[in-house]
Design a protein around this ligand. Structure first.
Ligand SMILES: [Zn+2]
Length: 214
């Protein structure tokens, strides 16, 4: 999870939110119309805000099932069905919260409005495994609610780690050939780019690089 800066409210919501909310409440339906809150303008803004990644687990969402997630469930508050600040982007792993509805959003880390420093004071990684830093309760509940330690995510993160290790092996091969032990600026940049916020699982790589003094 990385901090996400919310863009300005898309024009379609500014113009239509009140009308859509009123009609949804009048309809008596349990769920709002996803063709409305999933409008192209809204989708585009959410994808751009998160560099096309799931807000919770940092999975790249191009070509994989994703959903617009209501941070506070519509079942809890229908008035938030089309509220811009309540619309998040999640992969199918993280949006499947039925078993964890008992954990309130008040007891987990909110990627919007939380700084990276705050996030990193609660969650960290050991290889591909996510853990709560120093047993942080907030970290533990976040991992549990969004299933951030699921087997599926461990597998995907391990796959990405493999790419990093292949890059590292190639660098080490060149170091041996050149008879040097230090990284060139270019090699360092190549490794650091894995931790850029637009890359998948960037926090995992940030922690890995820190642990190795890079
Ligand atoms: Zn996810």
């Amino acid at each position: 999870m990385r901090s996400i800066n919310r863009f300005e409210e898309p024009d379609i919501l500014v113009r239509k939110k009140d009308e859509w909310t009123r009609k949804f409440i009048e309809s008596g339906k349990a769920r709002p119309d996803n063709s409305k809150y999933g409008h192209r303008q809204i989708n585009t803004a959410l994808y751009s805000m998160s560099h096309n990644k799931c807000f919770y687990c940092e999975r790249q969402l191009k070509g994989v099932p994703s959903e617009i997630d209501h941070y506070i469930e519509v079942a809890e508050n229908k008035l938030l069905a089309f509220e811009w600040d309540n619309l998040y982007l999640a992969c199918d792993n993280c949006n499947d919260k039925i078993s964890n509805l008992s954990i309130s959003v008040n007891d987990v880390i909110n990627p919007c409005g939380t700084t990276d420093i705050e996030i990193e004071s609660h969650i960290t990684f050991v290889d591909e495994e996510i853990t709560a830093l120093n047993g942080s309760e907030l970290g533990l509940q976040t991992i549990q609610k969004y299933k951030l330690s699921s087997k599926q995510l461990d597998y995907l993160r391990a796959k990405e780690l493999k790419k990093f290790h292949m890059t590292l092996i190639e660098i080490q091969r060149k170091q041996v050939l050149d008879g040097r032990q230090t990284l060139t600026a270019q090699e360092r940049a190549l490794l650091i780019q894995f931790s850029h916020p637009d890359k998948p699982y960037s926090l995992m790589f940030k922690k890995l690089l820190e642990a190795n003094g890079i």
